[in-house]
Design a protein around this ligand. Structure first.
Ligand SMILES: N[C@@H](CCC(=O)N[C@@H](CS)C(=O)NCC(=O)O)C(=O)O
Length: 302
């Protein structure tokens, strides 16, 4: 089975979501360290434009967005389950709350403190991704975002008071999604005390950190491109195109509906109720399949 390559960087919360799941499932993986800001010359030949982090690669198959990566990992490595069948709906709802709402609460108060340690072009890079990501916007948003973060931490504390994980005795994707946001708060000692003063939450953090670093081996970006070039897209079967405004063979452009304006264009090769796969050609890697979830992405015929 081709190995899982995760294009990530250490500080990236969404990467931490996937790193925790890989560690929990004890799945060996290869890590390609990507830059914190664009350009990402070893990444965009794979995605066709998408520059958000992480990106998961298996040979010549590229998975964008952690919500899709989680499904892929779960289907290849079902045990131990992180998406228990009977709780798949609530797991996805909590994941969406954490990835979109909680994440937006924790970022401003932490980023304003981290700025001196970040690359000098960090703010220019992020404000190109979204009009809301300017320095003034982060500074202005920080006090309210911190107040909302505390509300969310209190809710998590209540949910964890009588159980080890958010949905009971076992770790699920709901924990991974909430964890990456809470973990990011460590970058601000001022905010981190809000976690340590909530005992059930702090114990949950320790429980998830106890999974350890996982079975990770580094890989260079050049090596990952070579692997893609020497492989053929392998995840193209299945799908059901019933409810879409586009069909197999159409050329489409895919772009996130929240932040990051870079598009992936390609020919639709597979459509399912919740995901889409396009095939594209790239001079650096040949034919490549790029997979996206449909939730959170605009897909338009071109
Ligand atoms: N919905 C996306 C969000 C990914 C995301 O926002 N990642 C951040 C880093 S944690 C990012 O890409 N920031 C810009 C960058 O790293 O270039 C996912 O689940 O993968």
């Amino acid at each position: 089975m081709a190995e899982i390559i995760l294009h990530h960087y250490a500080l990236s919360p969404f990467s931490e979501k996937i790193r925790r799941i890989l560690a929990y499932k004890k799945i060996p993986w290869r890590a390609v360290e990507q830059p914190v800001i664009a350009p990402k010359p070893d990444l965009t030949p794979l995605t066709g434009g998408y520059r958000r982090i992480p990106v998961m690669q298996i040979g010549a198959d590229i998975y964008c967005d952690t919500a899709l990566m989680v499904q892929m990992i779960e289907s290849r490595y079902p045990e131990p389950a992180c998406v228990p069948t009977e709780e798949a709906g609530v797991v996805a709802l909590l994941e969406d709350w954490a990835d979109h709402r909680l994440f937006m609460q924790v970022v401003p108060p932490v980023i304003v403190e981290l700025l001196p340690a970040l690359p000098p072009n960090f703010i220019a890079d992020r404000s190109a991704m979204s009009a809301g990501f300017t320095q003034e916007a982060f500074v202005g948003a920080a006090p309210h975002a911190l107040a909302q973060t505390k509300q969310s931490l209190t809710r998590l504390e209540a949910q964890l008071t009588n159980q080890s994980f958010l949905l009971g005795a076992n770790f699920t994707v709901a924990d991974a999604a909430c964890f990456h946001c809470v973990w990011f708060l460590k970058n601000s000692p001022r905010v981190w005390v809000e976690v340590t003063r909530r005992p059930a939450l702090a114990a949950w953090v320790a429980r998830i950190e106890a999974f350890g670093p996982g079975k990770m081996q580094p890989m260079t970006g050049a090596e990952a491109l070579t692997i893609a070039r020497n492989a053929q897209p392998g995840d193209l079967s299945g799908g059901d195109s019933a409810d879409a405004e586009f069909a197999i063979g159409d050329n489409v452009a895919i772009v996130a509906d929240d932040y990051g304006k870079e598009r992936t264009t390609g020919r639709v090769a597979r459509l399912a109720a919740n995901q889409i796969t396009v095939l594209r050609e790239d001079p650096a890697v040949g034919e490549i399949a790029v997979h996206y979830p449909r939730a959170g992405y605009r897909i338009a015929k071109i």
